[in-house]
Design a protein. Structure first.
Length: 310
């Protein structure tokens, strides 16, 4: 089953559930019921739990994870979940608290082991020195888009494996073994990605949303300007003119956007600067090739390298 349109990992289980008129969980024989807020954490949970968990992703790669509708099927899934795996750092502040209240499931409330926050496991970038929400900044807790750095995903994986074992003690050894296997394959992949990414070091870029600081830090990309001065808000024409002026002084090589971003801002800039727009999958399911976490970074690197080919 592809991750493009993530629903239930087990189509057979879903079919059985529909036939019986039961909630999908009821038909599942898996031990843990996991709802992931974003596709990357659904994919990571599947790497670590395999058949030991039924994993449901609240969002797809085509959705803006800052803004999600708490549709009835999502509320139903959270109501029965043993574990919520979310980014945290306020990425889901606009929809998760409401979802937690509506679901009325004590296991996944703040402070309980049934709520796992990936961003709490790693060092965050972009933590504002001065907190002023009047700026319209939705990244007041630091930048939450950590999934663009595979080294941070490795740290999240170790913590998530421990949490799975804590919630499902009879299978603790399985999670440990699966994590060790994943960690080894992941580290080998990071080494391979870093070797291939050498031509990207120092590359000046423009970003659509402040969504790539971790990718920039990992690969040594240099962000010259951002099209969305305030995350999630349409850039004003005054801001777009300022970005153009910046690029005249300090030229960039490409414009970066996520699969879910509205492409109009980057198209506007591309027409005026003749810079290529590179749409990155950004998460699992964000492109045909980004079918799992390994594919996500294979494709991210391939797209960046293709754009800078001489
Ligand atoms: Zn954001």
């Amino acid at each position: 089953m592809t991750m493009q349109r993530w629903t239930w990992r087990s189509a057979a289980g879903l079919l059985a559930a529909l036939t019986l008129g039961l909630a999908p969980w009821a038909a599942a024989r898996a031990e843990l019921r996991v709802v992931a807020c974003e596709p990357e954490w659904a994919a990571l949970t599947t790497e670590l739990a395999g058949a030991l968990a039924q994993v449901y992703s609240a969002t797809t790669a085509q959705q803006d994870p800052h803004q999600v509708q708490a549709r009835p099927s999502l509320i139903a899934a959270v109501r029965r979940a043993d574990l919520l795996v979310c980014t945290g750092a306020e990425l889901e502040a606009g929809w998760l608290p409401l979802l937690q209240r509506q679901a009325g499931n004590p296991a996944i409330q703040p402070g309980r082991p049934g709520l796992f926050e990936a961003a709490a496991q790693v060092e965050l970038l972009g933590v504002p020195a001065r907190l002023d929400r009047a700026d319209g900044d939705v990244h007041a807790a630091g930048n939450p888009h950590i999934q663009t750095d595979p080294r941070r995903i490795a740290r999240v994986a170790a913590a998530l494996a421990r949490r799975l074992a804590e919630l499902d003690p009879p299978h603790a050894a399985d999670y440990e073994r699966r994590h060790a296997d994943f960690a080894q394959r992941w580290q080998a992949a990071i080494t391979r990605w870093e070797r291939s990414a050498a031509p990207l070091k120092g590359l000046p870029i423009v970003v659509q949303h402040q969504g790539f600081p971790y990718l920039e830090q990992w690969l040594g990309l240099r962000q010259v300007a951002a099209l969305e001065p305030k995350p999630g808000l349409e850039p004003s024409s005054a801001h777009l003119q300022a970005v153009l002026a910046t690029l005249q002084r300090e030229p960039a090589r490409l414009i970066l956007r996520a699969a879910y971003n509205d492409g109009r801002g980057s198209m506007w800039l591309a027409e005026r600067t003749r810079l290529p727009v590179v749409a990155l999958p950004y998460t699992v399911g964000g492109s045909e090739a980004a079918r799992d976490l390994f594919g996500l970074f294979d494709d991210t690197l391939a797209r960046l390298l293709k754009a800078v080919q001489p």
